[in-house]
Design a binder for this molecule. Sequence first.
Ligand SMILES: [Zn+2]
Length: 318
Amino acid sequence: MQTDLVAALDIGGTKIAGALVDGHGRILVRAQRPTPAREDGDTVMRAVEEVLAELTATPQWSAVTVIGIGSAGPVDASTGTVSPVNVPGWRAFPLVERVRAVTGGLPVELIGDGVAITAAEHWQGAARGHDNALCMVVSTGVGGGLVLGGRLHAGPTGNAGHIGHICVDLDGDPCPCGSRGCVEGIASGPNIARRALAGGWRPGPDGDTSAAAVAAAARAGDPVAVASFERAAQALAAGIAATATLVEIDIAVVGGGVGKAGEVLFAPLRTALKSYATLSFVRGLTVVPAEMGTDAGLVGAAAAALARRGSASGAGVG
Ligand SMILES: [Zn+2]
């Protein structure tokens, strides 16, 4: 007997990935296009439609009962629209309506990409078995999502847990979001690199000025590189501690490119958490690296769609 499948879309500023996913989170079919991020909205949508056309042409499509979309944000799940910062052609773009139009009117679940990653980590990754968790992606930007009471907490618009844009520095630098002193402005990869360069760190002969290069320098003992990661860790710790104090999470999962820096990030992060997460009910908070790989967005979008239908067979999808 063929079980229900979900068609998952992971829409980012670089690529549009699609997959057919089963109730165990296994990816059966894949399709992908580059995101024509600088083009107009209909051109971007055509790339999504090409991905969907590949999926709908497969024999397995007949078993698809629901569609899950994780998109770069902001998204608005209440209106089915998306306005990804890195895709200027899409502003309040009616993505859900347009996807339904080419998939026979199947139900569509839309969430932000940080929430999708969280669903994936909770289903199959580092937050598995945890009823209250914060999962974060720290890379070019900083995003996140929450699991509360054993269920994914996407919020009314699908953006809950967006820890990158909470303020941890009252008089800090203005943020493109309109606020100032945001976690992202201190802890993102580009900001780790920017701060290291401003402090006098210089890249090696290959000229690589990415956060990964700063991480390599920090591992080799470069004090400016170490300090830049410590500052990023401090911002992440303040954000995580605030979240834990508000909603009582017991684990924070950190992924993304910066999350791959290892102990260069996690050692100062654990130290800083001790100074910010101080009340009795948050002292047991642990912080760990993410476990899901590049498929996290697809698996998470599938998890959220299956959870909405109440048919996911994985533990704890809600
Ligand atoms: Zn901000």
